[in-house]
Design a protein around this ligand. Structure first.
Ligand code: FE2
Ligand code: FE2
Length: 443
């Protein structure tokens, strides 16, 4: 980030703190779910000396258009309160804010599990900063839930909505991508490269939100999201170059398997490929699901082209940059050059591979796009392409059981799509669950 943009952001954003009970509830959540947070202040000056110190606060951008930018009511005034939106729109928006909050807090719980296993101090500091910024994003969503009157579309009090969000654990979040444990620090990095990238799309689409307080929340979050993508891509670049030189610890195949674990879950975060028009109609997003997903896939492809080209350059250090680029183009088109073929490079799986939701849910399509008819062969194919530690998870077993039942016609597709392995929450496992109950709406 340049000094100009820092200055500009300091000018543009209004900073807000939550009423004390909510602020303390989030700090309490942090102590239980994100115990490494205090290390951020220790590492900040070493790794981010030029950036403003981290602030656990809501940031409201100024200069947000006051007229609706997209959809049926384009040109009308944006809503400043939920009751100014059509009821169905407010309903959609509330669901989106709660889902967004769940992802912010959920990703911290996932990162925390393997954060300390980073091999490099810089990777550790970057992941830690990502987590702190996700905490701020969660704080921002709680601000949206608690600073407005949502009673036109829900009977749940704001304090109960906050408690519900803060009591979620890996396994009880709303989206599958946030219910998967990380198996190693590789997941911290691949998650940032793929799943935070979906986050970037979701936030970008909602920059135009017809609900002005939501639109105003997006620009500061998006600036942070750019750093999250870097926290994924920069270590990946280093890892593929080390793999090419033969002096690294993480192989191309490790990265490929992790890609198979996360890519489909990322695609599913866009919602069913055939849907999303209602959000556009209400002016809440500027793209329907498939359109956004297509752009996301193209962007992931560019990321992998870049990583593969770096791999080829590091593999042939004596070639000029031009010649290395030519070698990469030949390998990409299927040739083998000096022993390097396309199977040595990273590849995005087919978008229909290992899918559980959306248009392609439970269709048996392999990572290269070939169709399977025998369910056991398909399950074996998927397992052979997933990381070893993930294969041993409940999530994979749950998927394989459902895949069998769907293929045999024992479970209706719709039921399978709505089924996620959830951890039963019986009200006392984590002290937070009790502690956040005392949250009260401030007078
Ligand atoms: Fe976030
Ligand atoms: Fe993020």
């Amino acid at each position: 980030m340049t000094s100009e943009t820092r200055y500009a952001s300091a000018v543009r954003d209004e900073v807000r703190t939550l009423p004390k009970p909510y602020h303390e509830a989030i700090e309490h959540w942090q102590r239980h779910n994100f115990p490494d947070y205090p290390k951020l202040a220790e590492e900040w000056d070493r790794f981010f000396p030029k950036d403003e110190p981290f602030c656990l606060c809501a940031k409201i951008a100024e200069d947000i258009p006051s007229e609706i930018e997209v959809g049926e009511r384009k040109g009308e005034e944006k809503a400043l309160a939920p009751r100014e939106l059509p009821e169905e729109a407010a309903q959609h928006l509330l669901t989106a804010i709660k889902a967004q909050a769940s992802t912010e807090f959920g990703s911290i719980q996932q990162h925390q599990g393997t954060l300390a296993r980073a091999q490099e101090p810089q990777d550790h500091a970057w992941a830690l900063r990502v987590m702190a910024e996700e905490l701020r994003h969660g704080y921002q969503m709680v601000h949206l839930l608690t600073s407005a009157d949502w009673s036109p579309v829900t009977n749940t009090k704001a304090s109960d909505m906050v408690e519900e969000i803060l009591s979620m654990q890996t396994g009880s979040h709303l989206l599958a991508a946030f219910n998967l444990e990380y198996d190693s620090f590789l997941d911290n990095v691949v998650f940032a490269a793929f799943i935070d990238r979906v986050g970037k799309y979701q936030l970008t689409m909602q920059k135009i939100s017809a609900y002005k307080p939501y639109a105003s929340s997006m620009p500061p979050m998006l600036r942070e999201e750019a750093f999250h993508l870097a926290a994924g891509v920069i270590p990946l670049r280093r890892w593929v170059e080390a793999a090419a030189r033969g002096d690294g610890y993480i192989t191309m195949s490790d990265i490929q398997r992790a890609t198979h674990k996360w890519f489909g879950r990322g695609l599913e975060m866009f919602g069913d490929e055939r849907g999303g028009q209602t959000n556009v109609k209400f002016g809440l997003k500027d793209m329907a699901n498939r359109e956004a997903q297509d752009m996301y896939i193209d962007e992931c492809q560019r990321m992998y082209d870049d990583l593969n080209e770096r791999y080829v350059r590091a593999r042939f250090p004596k070639l000029s940059r031009d010649d290395a680029e030519k070698a990469f183009a030949r390998i990409k088109s299927g040739e083998t050059v000096d022993g390097v073929g396309s199977e040595d490079l990273l590849r995005l799986p087919d978008r229909r591979f290992f899918r559980r939701r959306g248009e392609f849910a439970y269709q048996m399509v392999g990572t290269h796009g070939g169709a399977f008819t025998d369910v056991e062969k398909y399950i074996a194919h998927v397992l052979a392409n997933l990381p070893e530690a993930y294969r041993a998870s409940i999530d994979v077993k749950h998927w394989a059981d459902l895949q069998r039942k769907v293929t045999r016609g024992e479970t209706p597709l719709k039921e399978a799509i709505n089924s996620m392995p959830r951890l039963a929450r019986v009200g006392g496992g984590c002290p937070c669950a009790k502690s956040v109950r005392w949250v009260q709406e401030s007078g």
